[in-house]
Ligand binder design. Structure first.
Ligand SMILES: Nc1ncnc2c1ncn2[C@@H]1O[C@H](COP(=O)(O)OP(=O)(O)OP(=O)(O)O)[C@@H](O)[C@H]1O
Ligand SMILES: [Mg+2]
Length: 408
């Protein structure tokens, strides 16, 4: 099998590491290998707390996927995680070189290059994504593909994602220790959205909520392009913690209870009781399902209020016509979509990786959205190469491909 056609996406999560190997076919992406290993080496602040542990778990996940796919992996696309990421808009402008013969890719490139003037990143930050959202030609707004149009002036609105360089270097170090190379990073909220959304949803307006172990990623799309993304350092592990503390049991027992009994339809069920161990596992006590789910509900309600407040503050509520898509392990709580429908007054569905071939049934769960999204994102970028050797973008070659990827 030719290595050029094989790509690997790795999701380094706070609860697990997932490696997914894909084979790029003419118009589809075929999953050929999957590896998943439990991990616990990222702090709540997004720092790698145990690089050796993370390295060996990463090796295990890659090995499992390699065996299944019968290929050897050298380079990976990996998630940019944590909350040391900055997202903002930038504006670029260029005079069209030949207004009569129409706007060219080279004009777009100059408009993008010009956007560097409005990008404020410090020396210890690095740009990870530059996504062209829309163009203006001679002041005419909302143009998605200006190439070929006649006009004298071209403006572009770019969505920029930048990260603390230290975070990037730490991930790169860990990957290198595992004998691999980072081919590129994909910002986690963008990756999850890429896996679970349809183009129609992005066009109509949609919010993706990826509830992981320690993080909740939020992303909003309207008119086909990204409007907002954010990371809240609270995830479904906080629910487990709450259960352990309030029910006076161990974290592991609380995790079992959560997975077995979390069900927001059980909030009225006073009589149905379940057994659980105390912290030392010496005694068993009876607790109602209602009480368990009240504890779960309290944390979720706080998280959802926070998310709703953020979407409202961004003035996006009226533009989200397609509703909410929840994904990540936290989306597996029974009854959560219905509760979100009431809370947001929008429809809600669970998001799993879409439109993949091959062993897609092995990743047909919200737990695999980020890894699958990294792979889909990587495939798109590779398929849309545009090369440049311009100074400012010398180290941003891949980002330029990505810029064009949105429109060509
Ligand atoms: N069947 C289930 N029912 C309820 N909760 C579950 C289930 N399976 C996993 N979870 C919860 O999902 C969370 C882990 O989700 P996920 O695997 O998406 O996290 P992660 O990607 O490793 O973390 P992060 O995205 O924060 O870095 C854990 O808190 C776990 O308890
Ligand atoms: Mg995750």
């Amino acid at each position: 099998m030719s290595q050029g056609r094989i790509i690997t996406g790795v999701d380094i999560g706070t609860n697990k590491i997932v490696a997914v190997i894909g084979e790029v076919e003419e118009d589809s992406l075929k999953i050929i290998g999957v590896g998943k290993v439990k991990a616990n080496a990222i702090s709540n602040e997004g720092f790698i707390t145990n690089i050796d542990d993370l390295k060996s778990k990463l090796e295990l996940a890659i090995e499992e996927a390699e065996k299944m796919a019968d290929v050897q992996v050298n380079q990976i696309f990996v998630n940019l995680f944590g909350n040391k990421v900055k997202c903002f808009s930038a504006h670029g402008e260029a005079d069209v070189l030949n207004p009569k013969s129409g706007i060219t890719k080279s004009d777009l490139m100059r408009a993008l290059e010009d956007s560097k003037h409005s990008i404020e990143v410090s020396e210890d930050e690095k740009i990870i994504h530059m996504l062209a959202r829309s163009f203006k030609v001679d002041g005419m707004d909302g143009i998605k593909d200006p190439v070929g149009m006649s006009g004298e002036n071209l403006e572009t609105d770019v969505y920029v994602v930048a990260s603390a360089d230290s975070v990037i270097r730490n991930i790169e170090n860990c990957v290198q220790k595992a004998g691999l190379e980072v081919r590129d990073f994909v910002y986690e909220p963008i990756a999850s959205s890429e896996a679970v959304l349809t183009e129609d949803e992005k066009e109509m307006g949609v919010v993706v909520i990826d509830i992981g172990g320690s993080y909740t990623n939020i992303t909003a799309y309207t008119e086909g392009v990204i409007r907002y993304s954010d990371v809240i350092p609270v995830g479904s592990n906080s629910i487990t913690n709450d259960l352990a503390i309030v029910l006076r049991t161990s974290y592991d027992e609380a995790e079992k209870i959560k997975r077995r009994y979390a069900n927001l339809y059980e909030l009225d069920n006073e009589n149905d009781k379940v057994e659980l161990f105390n912290t030392s596992r010496e005694n068993v006590k009876l607790v109602s399902k209602k009480y368990i789910n009240e504890i779960i509900f309290a944390r979720l309600e706080e998280l959802l209020k926070d998310i709703y407040g953020r979407i409202k503050k961004e003035k996006l509520l009226n533009d989200i016509k397609s509703g909410v898509v929840i994904t990540g392990g936290g989306a597996l709580i029974e009854g959560l979509p219905v509760y979100i429908e009431h809370f947001f007054d929008m429809s809600c569905r669970i998001g799993r990786p879409l439109s993949l071939k091959g062993l897609f049934d092995k990743i047909n769960s919200p737990l695999y959205s980020t890894a699958a999204g990294i792979l889909k994102y990587a495939e798109k970028s590779i398929n849309n190469s545009v090369y440049t050797d311009r100074g400012f973008f010398g180290n941003l070659l891949f980002k330029i491909r990505e810029f064009f990827e949105t429109y060509f």
